[in-house]
Design a protein. Structure first.
Lengths: 316, 378
């Protein structure tokens, strides 16, 4: 079997959109992937599109703005907003006189409601522009909206082609559709937890994205997997007797309760991981549950774990 | 009596808030069940419950269902008048209902329901779901059929979105640009009108004239109805600010979720509201004392450092015991950190968190909901 080189994995598309249901640790995965890619020597830009996320905390930065900041060598981060993207877009096309008014008068809200997905198109259009910039980064990692919203986020370009027949927004939609359908330019990395509802949801999201957007899907990242070292049967007394050592009675109870608990939780996780494999024929990357706060150190550990598993993926 | 048991006994509305993925829906269902057990007639409005939870609540294929008494109260302990009804939100249906209610006549209603802008408005994911949850709450309140209404809020990134939803919708419907376009053009307004038409024409160049036509005809059709919507939004706001409405904030013990909870607690005061209870969901149980980790690791090391004997089975048993001590130490560290972060946040918010432990099984059936309820009400 030919296995995947880490550098090859990180460079397999220019844009990686990371998507998943709220609470699954999507932002952690964004920071992990970006850190891992920057380590291989790529210049990486992380883009946050949904306002305040834990991204700045994960990378040890102050809250993000529209301006790029450097988090680490070769790793830059910025936020994007639809309003800013629209203003910039209109300005570049000589329509700056109406752009400010659109936002100030609240008309943008009305128009964005009339054209569902217009905000998404503007954001993805801006990502596309970043991709095509002359001195653009090697890899752009996008922290997408939560699943459900992620489907809308990625399907809106097609929907918009029906609603808007002419004009710059239509043009933008066409370009975004082309971007999303090209696996060398763009792929989606889905994130989930080894739990029932997140597994169902990630499978539904994956099929919706494949059917409706035709977008390439990378491996599914299963986050917060309890470590295998947390295993063992709840028979501390038996082992203590066998090992001929003293075991405090309170310790015996605590050890057995703890091992029974993690045993039960791991069993649930493993069952869900198996179920995910049956429902969704994509390779899986398992990131460990971190017993530390999510911050730059934790992200480094996760990047190690991610990189180690890329080495086991089959090369395309 | 615990803070939550007290709320369940005396309040009329409980709003469960929090970011997506923290277990709001489960918490709302467990609170509703606990309220029924305390003898109240309870309705719980859920939004997008996980399939097995929906089945448990009898919502498979229905948008509302009364849960059979012998299912939620198998031991027959709850007072006779208690009831438990579960509901699931169908945003588009309710929104159409509102339009039908406020429309002057059938013609206006049909013009709006058939408008493409309206269909987008009713179907847009963000905003309307939040609005409809509040709308449904108000409807149930009006019926007077329930002592207690527990509302789950939609899984938004920002927990506060549902509070702003009615106002956002009103702002949208009130948009000056489109309103002015329909005003009769006289005197000074004619000048404004010309500038507006120019603006709208330019807008058409950006998004296409078909879109702008849809919007304009929507606002024409909608004309006169915004008063009804505004009155309704005010009524919802009054209901939320009523003294017998309580806000239950649900968080996971993870830092990002707690930060968002703190932000919510600060912002909600801008609306003249307060968080009445903080639920820390899925908190790792403390299997050992919080400060025992170092001690536990020392025991693990001592066991590993024992010289090998001529009994390999005994040595292996010693190593297994050492591994367990390490696991216990890891769990103690995580549990202590979760509690420290939660305590710090709760102190800053001036409240005491109610801990719901991370269980060794998933919560799908009424038995598990009762178990969660016991932890919630203490």
């Amino acid at each position: 079997m030919r296995v995947m080189e880490l550098a090859q994995f990180c460079a397999s598309s220019r844009i990686v959109i990371v998507a998943g249901k709220g609470g699954v640790g999507k932002t952690t995965v964004v920071a992990t992937l970006a850190t891992m890619a920057a380590r291989t020597g790529l210049s990486v830009l992380v883009v946050e599109v949904e306002g305040k996320s834990g991204l700045s905390a994960a990378l040890g930065l102050p809250p993000l703005t529209y301006e790029e900041v450097e988090a680490r060598p070769r790793l830059r981060v910025r936020a994007l907003s639809a309003d800013d993207a629209l203003l910039e877009y209109l300005d570049q096309r000589g329509l700056h006189r109406i752009s400010g008014r659109l936002v100030r008068s609240g008309t943008l809200d009305v128009v964005a409601t009339a054209v569902p997905g217009m905000r998404d198109i503007l954001l993805l259009g801006k990502v596309k522009q970043l991709e095509q910039a002359a001195a653009g980064p090697d890899l752009i990692v996008v922290d997408a909206p939560a699943a459900g919203h992620a489907i809308t986020f990625l399907t809106s370009a097609r929907g918009l082609q029906d609603a808007v027949r002419v004009g710059p927004v239509r043009h933008q939609a066409d370009e975004v559709v082309a971007l999303l359908a090209d696996p060398a330019r763009c792929q989606v990395l889905l994130v989930t937890l080894p739990e029932e509802t997140p597994v169902n949801e990630v499978a539904e999201t994956a099929f919706a994205l494949e059917d409706r957007v035709g977008i390439a899907l990378g491996p599914v990242v299963v986050n917060q997997c309890l470590p295998a070292r947390w295993s063992g049967s709840p028979h501390a007394v038996a082992d203590a007797t066998r090992a001929r050592c003293d075991l405090d009675a309170d310790d015996a109870v605590a050890l057995d309760r703890a091992t029974a608990f993690v045993g039960a939780r791991r069993a649930i996780q493993l069952e869900q991981i198996r179920r995910l494999a049956t429902r969704l024929p994509l390779p899986q990357i398992h990131l460990p549950f971190l017993d530390e706060e999510i911050g730059p150190t934790g992200i480094d550990h996760l990047a190690d774990a991610f990189a180690a598993q890329v080495a086991t993926l089959r090369a395309p | 009596m615990s803070a939550l048991a007290d709320l369940l006994d005396h309040r009329h509305v409980l709003v469960c808030c929090g970011t997506g993925g923290v277990g709001k829906t489960t918490t709302a269902a467990a609170l509703a069940l606990a309220g029924a057990q305390q003898g109240r007639r309870v309705a719980v409005i859920t939004i997008d419950p996980a399939r097995r939870l929906a089945d448990t609540l009898g919502l498979a294929g229905h948008t509302d269902a009364e849960v059979d008494r012998d299912r939620w109260d198998p031991e027959g302990r709850a007072p006779g008048r208690a009831r438990l009804t579960a509901m699931m939100l169908d945003p588009s249906e309710t929104f159409d209902g509102l339009v039908a209610r406020y429309a002057r006549n059938e013609e206006q209603r049909d013009r709006i329901l058939g408008n493409r802008f309206y269909r987008n408005l009713a179907g847009a994911l963000s905003g309307t779901q939040e609005y409809m949850a509040m709308e449904r709450l108000h409807e149930l309140h009006e019926t007077g059929a329930y002592d207690l209404i527990v509302v789950d809020t939609p899984p938004t990134r920002h927990a506060l979105d549902f509070l702003d939803a009615p106002q956002r919708l009103i702002r949208l419907l009130d948009n000056r640009v489109f309103r002015l376009m329909m005003a009769p053009a006289r005197g000074a307004l004619r000048v404004a009108g010309t500038a507006l038409h120019l603006f709208v024409r330019q807008l058409g160049r950006v998004v296409g004239t078909g879109v702008v036509d849809d919007i304009v005809s929507f606002f024409r059709a909608f004309d006169g109805m915004e008063e009804g919507f505004r009155a309704r939004a005010d009524a919802v706001r009054t209901l939320l600010a009523a003294p017998d409405t309580a806000f239950v904030l649900v968080t996971s013990p993870r830092r990002d979720s707690i930060d968002e909870a703190r932000h919510f607690a600060e912002r909600i005061t801008d609306h003249g509201l307060t968080v009445d209870a903080l639920v820390a969901n899925r908190v790792l149980p403390a299997f050992a004392e919080a400060d025992a980790a170092a001690d536990l690791r020392a025991r693990a090391t001592a066991l590993r450092d024992r010289p090998a004997t001529d009994d390999p089975d005994a040595d292996a048993a010693g190593r297994r015991l050492a591994d367990r001590y390490d696991t216990l130490a890891d769990l103690a560290v995580v549990a202590a950190r979760e509690r420290a972060v939660l305590t710090e946040a709760a102190t800053a918010m001036g409240t005491r968190p109610v801990y719901v432990p991370y269980l060794d099984h998933d919560v799908h059936d009424l038995g598990a909901l009762r178990e969660i309820g016991r932890h919630l009400v203490g």
